[in-house]
Design a binder for this molecule. Structure first.
Ligand code: SF4
Length: 519
């Protein structure tokens, strides 16, 4: 999102030619990641690359959205304000997600989509850009410093899947580029978790005394730090997520008479932010008209609305209260209004850290859960910084609140959401209306699960009822938009509901099968 330019090292280190990326002050950049409901490491690199690009000041605003975390791919369009919106998938291949899931969720017609007076530019995923070669070489050199390449087998590891053959193409292309580029490795090969050649066969696949394994993944998630080490034989059983590990793995590991070097996922390399910009630049070359727009500096409508709401005395949103202080603004937990022993933070990005874990240290996959930890105050210089911090506390909430005020919010009926699911979730709509309302009542409970107020119907012309009805009005606690609170709205059910619906639909199916089978 829009914010003051700050000096962070990764930004300062950027080659200056990126600072001359042409005429994007009219445009928003959305980086789309997968995210996770259980692993806090999954979305971290995507956020870090967004931070790096944001501080360059090249775009009007830089935002992230996720398949499994907030904000969702529907909510993010309420949040970004550019007349041109570049969308870069932070995915490794052109596979199932980039060709089917993302265009469906983002409502894209192709590379260029015109909708609601805006232009959406769908760039290629980062993993297929030729400049990924440089990142791979850098990772290999970092993990095996001083090890002669001509005595080293470089193994690039991917997931492999039967869903889409393109998922392996990006890795095979990198293997070809490194082999033909004369980089001096004894051998370069690809291997996969779920299809041949299997990474578990690395001893037979490689011949050099040193073996460097680089996971071609976006984040250090379950695959790169839990599954692959087991497949390599480094671990007997899946370990903890990276964020829970105190000591990074030691390299090399002596195995089968070889020196095995294992690196972090390629997507955590800071230079991946450059590849994101490379994809924008390549898109502009292929579609020179699409990204055009007026380069007039515009004040954020959400920032103006926030200023107006604060003047009206609407100082609370969820569990956060905003107050004017000398030289700027202060945010703190609603229950810490009278506390004097708070830890002071000063960067909008600190809000993301504060919102990441609850007081017990557990990951908060739903940012609107009523368990934001206490004990902090966030002091910020201006409303641009406040807006950015609120994006991290409650993703897309300001945009949805403004859209609701303007009458432009387009809630998605639950049946429409469940009906458009594919892959393993394609049967999620096989639940009854009563079951749907029971799931919402259970999974969205304001006191224990989520502070948002639901504004979507069950189906067109059919409101939610039964246990779900409590989520419809100001009964939804802090999510109510009366009085001094800004609303936390839910315009489309989150993936927790889709997962619960799939589980219920499966139980329905199995119950029917049992009933239909002869005794
Ligand atoms: S569907 Fe329920 S739990 Fe999910 S974001 Fe909306 S209100 Fe919260």
């Amino acid at each position: 999102m829009t914010g003051p330019r700050r000096s962070v090292s990764s930004c300062a280190d950027f080659p200056t030619y990126y600072l001359r990326l042409n005429s994007h002050s009219h445009a928003s950049l959305i980086i789309v990641g997968h995210g996770s409901t259980v692993n806090p490491d999954s979305s971290a690199p995507t956020h870090q690359h967004a931070d790096t690009i944001r501080c360059l000041g090249v775009f009007r605003e830089v935002a992230c959205c996720f398949w499994k975390e907030e904000p969702t791919m529907r909510e993010i369009f309420e949040s970004v304000e550019g007349e041109v919106v570049y969308i870069v998938p932070n995915f490794i291949s052109e596979g199932y997600f980039c060709q089917q899931v993302l265009p469906r969720e983002l409502r894209l017609d192709g590379p260029v989509t015109h909708r609601d007076g805006r232009t959406f530019c769908y760039c290629d995923p980062v993993g297929i850009h030729p400049n990924m070669t440089r990142l791979l070489l850098q990772r290999a050199d970092e993990v095996a410093q001083g090890v002669p390449r001509d005595q080293t087998s470089l193994v690039i590891v991917g997931h492999g899947t039967s869903l889409n053959e393109n998922s392996t193409k990006a890795i095979q292309e990198q293997v070809r580029l490194i082999r033909e580029g004369g980089y001096g490795f004894a051998e370069v090969l690809d291997a996969y978790m779920e299809e041949a050649p299997l990474v578990s066969d690395w001893v037979q696949l490689t011949s050099a005394p040193n073996v460097v394994v680089v996971p071609f993944f976006i984040a250090d998630g379950l695959h790169s730090f839990q599954d692959i080490p087991v497949l390599l034989g480094m671990e007997k059983e899946p370990g903890k997520a990276l964020s829970e590990m105190e000591v990074f793995r030691q390299n090399p590991i002596e195995m089968h008479g070889r020196h095995l070097y294992y690196s972090g996922a390629i997507g955590t390399e800071p230079l991946l932010a450059e590849v994101i910009l490379d994809q924008v630049r390549d898109f502009d070359r292929r579609h020179p008209e699409a990204g055009q727009g007026s380069a007039v500096a515009q004040v954020s409508a959400q920032q103006q609305a926030l200023a107006r709401w604060l003047e009206q005395g609407r100082h609370a949103i969820g569990q956060v209260v905003i107050s004017a202080v000398d030289g700027g603004w202060e945010l703190r937990h609603l229950d810490d209004c009278d506390s004097e022993s708070l830890i002071t933070h000063t960067q909008p990005e600190d809000a993301r850290t504060l919102a990441r874990y609850d007081a017990a240290g557990a990951f908060r996959p739903i940012k609107t859960a009523p368990d934001l930890k206490r004990g902090w105050r966030l002091v910020l210089p201006d409303l641009a910084a406040v807006r950015l911090a609120l994006e991290f506390f409650y993703p897309a909430a300001l945009g949805m609140a403004l859209a609701q005020e303007r009458g432009t919010l387009k809630p998605v009926p639950l049946r429409a959401l469940l009906g458009r699911q594919t892959g393993m979730y394609r049967f999620a709509n096989g639940i009854t209306d009563d079951q749907a309302c029971a799931i919402l009542g259970r999974c969205c409970d304001t006191a224990t699960k989520c502070l948002r107020r639901i504004v979507y119907p069950l189906a067109e012309g059919q409101t939610l009822s039964g246990p779900a009805a409590a989520k419809l009005g100001d009964a939804a606690g802090h999510a109510g938009d009366g009085g001094s609170a800004l609303p936390l709205l839910c315009m489309e059910a989150c993936n927790h509901i889709v997962s619960a619906a799939r589980k219920q639909a499966r139980e329905n199916f199995e119950a029917k099968e049992r009933a239909d089978s002869p005794a």
